[in-house]
Structure formats: C-alpha cells, structure tokens
Write a protein of this length. Structure first.
Length: 272
C-alpha cells in the first residue's frame, strides 16, 4: 500500500506530517470530536495505511478544539441500534472495537495527547496508545455504563487494569466517574500534565527522542512491550527479548547507533 492515505482529503480528520512523525487530529470540534460513521471509516483508512508505512515511525493522535474525543456521536447510525438488527449492530460494534485493536498493534510508537474530555471510545483510543499526555483540563471516564451499557467496551476492560491497576480500573468502570488529569497522572495513566498550548510540542519532543533510536530497535521494543505484557512466564518473555536483541544487534543501524553514542553525534539510520 502506498502512502497516499496521508494526502487524501478527510472530512473529519487532519493529517499532519512532522518528518518521520505523523499526527492524526480528530476534527469535529463542534461535536467535541465525537465519532460518527464517516470519521470511523476515515480512521480505518489512515490506521490501515500506517500498518504498511515503513517511513512513519511515530504516530500522534490528538483532537481539535476543546476535547480529545467525547466518545460516539449520539445521533445517527451509531446510536440508532433500536432500528438495526443484531447482525448490523454487531458489525458496527466490531468495526469500532477492531479499530482500537489496529491502533494497539501499529508497528509505530503511538502517543495520545488530550485536553478536555476523553470519554468512552475516546478513552479507548488513549488506552490503545503507548504513551499519553494531558493538559490540566483533561478528564476521562468509561462512559458506557452511564448510558445503560456495561462499563467494559472498546478494549477498556483489557487495557485499563494493565495501565492503572485493577482497583482504580474497577472504580472507573463500575461507577462511570470522571477522573481529572491529576488523578490520571497519579495512577500512571498520563506520563505528564502540561499546559494545553505545549501538548503538541511535548509529544513531538518525545517523538524526537524515539527517533534518535534505530528504526528496528524502536519497532521491536514496541512489539516486545506489547507481547510481553501478556507473557505466560518469565521464560517466554526472555525468549522474545533474546530473539529481538540478536535481530537488532547485528544490523547496520546498531553500529551506527553505537558510533553516534560514542561520538555524541546524531545518527543517520538506514533501517537495515
């Protein structure tokens, strides 16, 4: 697949290239970036394209306006379940949930930056990313239970206990309460709280630090963290690490990284 997905015109997404870093900006500010069917399909196109994009190494997901993502749009097909049959309902449900699986499994390192609300599906997007930053205005909740559904949706029951621990995750999913940025920072959900106008630069600084590492090293570290978070044993985790160290350690870029480290210079990687 070509990289044309970066340059297509999207109605509800802004795609911004920062060199080897790509920013996906949700763009329905008048609806607090709530996801409708059109935005969902646009996200599928972009995330699917990223799976085959060997040039992009870091992905940032952000929102336009006063919110990250307030969840699903409560108007239109996504909220019209009463007029759909079970086959149609399940198709939409899986389309939403599998998108977050695609985000989680992207080969690129992923960073979510948020101000304002990150609710329901928006919380799921943040959970699926590797790193999260928020502004002082950020707040998040597992909104599903407040709408008469279960608190377990969009992978949140899988992601959240792994990120903030079972007790805090249980409280969040069972009550539907909002957590503010300070609470999210204290339980490890956010890496840092920064001023709203500095969110993007904070993410880009983290991305630049990631890009100082070899492309293979970055990809395999992302993969190792994802797979070993579910490792059945220490032996299984070590076996994967051993394989990855040999794969990355005998590449051309490993020597480039070593020489740059010793000479205190910026490495020029060839991704081989």
């Amino acid at each position: 697949m070509s990289n044309n997905y970066k340059h297509d015109h999207y109605q509800y997404l802004n795609i911004i290239e920062h060199g080897k870093t790509l920013e996906i900006k949700l763009n329905r500010p008048d609806k607090l970036n709530a996801v409708n069917m059109e935005m969902l399909e646009e996200l599928w196109l972009v995330v699917s394209g990223l799976n085959y994009d060997v040039d992009t190494r870091v992905v940032i997901i952000s929102g336009t306006g006063n919110a990250f993502c307030a969840g699903l749009d409560l108007e239109g097909p996504l909220a019209d379940g009463a007029n759909l049959n079970n086959k149609q309902r399940m198709h939409i449900q899986k389309r939403l949930s599998r998108l977050l699986k695609l985000v989680y499994e992207l080969p690129q390192a992923t960073i979510a930056i948020a101000s304002g609300a990150a609710c329901g599906f928006g919380l799921g997007i943040m959970c699926a990313c590797d790193l999260r930053y928020g502004s002082e205005t950020m707040k998040a909740n597992a909104a599903f239970i407040r709408l008469g559904f279960t608190g377990c949706d969009m992978g949140v029951s899988y992601f959240l206990p792994r990120i903030i621990g079972s007790t805090a995750a249980n409280e969040m999913m069972l009550t539907g309460r909002f957590y503010d940025a300070k609470r999210l920072m204290s339980n490890g959900f956010l890496a840092d709280i920064v001023e709203e106008e500095k969110l993007e630069e904070t993410a880009l600084t983290a991305a630049r630090d990631m890009l100082r590492n070899s492309p293979m090293g970055l990809r395999l570290t992302k993969e190792g963290i994802r797979i070993n978070s579910n490792a059945q044993s220490l032996e299984a985790a070590l076996a994967l690490e051993d394989r990855q160290q040999i794969l990355s350690g005998y590449s051309t870029d490993q020597m480039t990284a070593l020489m740059a480290f010793l000479s205190k210079s910026e490495p020029e990687f060839k991704d081989d």
